[in-house]
Design a protein around this ligand. Structure first.
Ligand code: SF4
Ligand code: SF4
Length: 427
């Protein structure tokens, strides 16, 4: 029997996917069991393979750029666990960013979504001063109990804000304090992290100083661009990258250190982001080659010898931030540092590499799935009996703290690797 005749379709939009990258998927399905959204829904359209099919279908004009397709792409966490699982080396993150950029340029979202995405996420979060101002009414609503009268989506967002947080005030250069001065590194303080995790930043600088490094924190640096790139605004992400490259290349440092996994992954991909810009491509490559996650840098700095092994009363566990484990392939270095302190009290977290649902601003744009993944993570944490959970990304910390609070758990502490190590460093 002859195959049915193809129905002619309207020609597709201008190609937005790299053809080699988009055709690399051989539909084997080996990525499906590592995809958090597929694990939750069991729907092929919520899997990496299904989404790549949708992306190609949108590009080829076989599927309209309408609510259904956009919903399945929106539901993707961008966690890139599928890249780790894929035997064909599909660069899913590149495909996703290009598709989201296309969606935001060609699809009209409802007003509430536009206000959230183009207002709060793009115009407030990347700017420290605006973020501090925006948090004032949120904290007031929490403190006065007014929060309970707000709609559910607003209450869910407020639940992510910790009861106590503070921003960091900076010395431009913080000198090495260890016995041997090893050199100088630059530090990327980020936007959300700098406002909500000031003490973690100061712990990071102390650790680097103790390891023998002067830490240079350029005051004129800006957002790394991750929020823009993940949200579908590649032009703004490229502009952020250019600004940071210009600021950091003036500093004579061995490495550019970042303690937020999501930002680190974007900084390491400036080379890709600006590959099509002849004026910036080489500068971006040089910048990215210098970027190191804090755990990656400390693991080879000799700091471990100054960590005090501690007999914890309860187990200590570690959650892999997606953007450290998958795009950066860093899983062993932070574990080695945690184990240097916790020794035999370290326990592996079941599904440690499965996204907690934070995923940048995902817990604001997709609260329902974020909540499901948050509950899944809480269940796994409780299963270990750990009272200390260490991780390397601010969003994961806020998400796990909120999940534990929601479950009524008060005796499990979630903290950044820098805070954990700083507490247990000898000098
Ligand atoms: S990035 Fe994460 S959520 Fe998205 S398709 Fe890949 S594994 Fe699934
Ligand atoms: S993305 Fe990779 S693992 Fe997933 S179906 Fe395609 S080739 Fe297979």
């Amino acid at each position: 029997m002859n195959p049915p005749a193809r129905t002619p379709t309207a020609p597709g939009p201008a190609p937005f996917l790299d053809s080699k990258e988009s055709l690399a998927c051989i539909h084997c399905g080996l990525c499906l069991s590592s995809c958090p959204t597929y694990l939750e829904t069991g729907n092929e359209n919520d899997s990496p393979r299904g989404r790549i099919y949708l992306m190609r279908a949108i590009q080829d004009g076989r599927m309209p750029l309408a609510e259904t397709a956009v919903h399945h792409i929106d539901l993707c966490l961008g966690c890139r666990a599928c890249e780790t699982a894929c035997p064909s080396g599909v660069k899913y993150g590149n495909l996703l960013e290009a598709t989201r950029d296309h969606i935001e340029g060609h699809y009209q979202r409802p007003l509430a979504q536009r206000l959230l995405r183009q207002g709060a996420i793009e115009q407030i979060f990347p700017f420290g001063e605006r973020m501090e101002l925006a948090l004032l009414p949120a904290r007031l609503a929490q403190a006065t109990g007014l929060a309970r009268f707000l709609p559910k989506f607003a209450r869910d967002s407020l639940a992510l804000i910790p009861e106590k947080f503070s921003s960091a005030r900076w010395l431009e250069v913080s000198p090495a304090t260890g016995g041997t001065r090893r050199g100088a590194v630059a530090f990327v303080r980020g936007c959300v992290m700098n406002v909500m995790f000031g003490p973690t930043h100061l712990a990071t600088v102390r650790l680097l100083n103790r390891a023998g490094y002067d830490v240079v924190t350029p005051p004129d640096q800006g957002c790394c661009g991750a929020l823009y790139a993940h949200g579908g605004n590649l032009a703004a992400a490229r502009e952020s990258a250019r600004k940071n490259i210009a600021v950091f290349e003036e500093r004579e440092v061995e490495a550019i250190i970042i303690n937020a996994a999501g930002c680190g992954s974007t900084l390491k991909e400036y080379g890709h982001l600006l590959a099509g810009d002849p004026l910036w491509a080489a500068r971006a490559q040089r910048f990215s080659a210098k970027v190191r996650d804090l755990s990656e840098w400390l693991a080879t700095s000799g700091l471990a010898t100054h960590l005090a092994p501690t007999q914890f009363a309860s187990p200590v566990t570690f959650h892999d931030a997606c953007h450290l484990a998958h795009p950066q392939k860093i899983t062993q270095q932070p574990r080695a540092l945690v184990k240097a302190v916790a020794g035999s009290r370290f326990v592996e977290l079941p599904e440690a590499e499965i996204c907690c649902g934070s995923a940048g601003s995902y817990n604001l744009t997709e609260p329902e799935m974020a909540g499901r993944l948050g509950s899944r993570k809480t269940g796994n944490i409780l299963q270990t009996g750990a009272k200390t959970v260490v991780t390397t990304n601010p969003g994961c910390i806020l998400q796990m703290q909120a999940g534990l609070r929601e479950a009524g758990v008060k005796d499990v502490e979630v903290l950044h690797l820098a805070d954990f190590l700083d507490r247990h460093c000898h000098y």
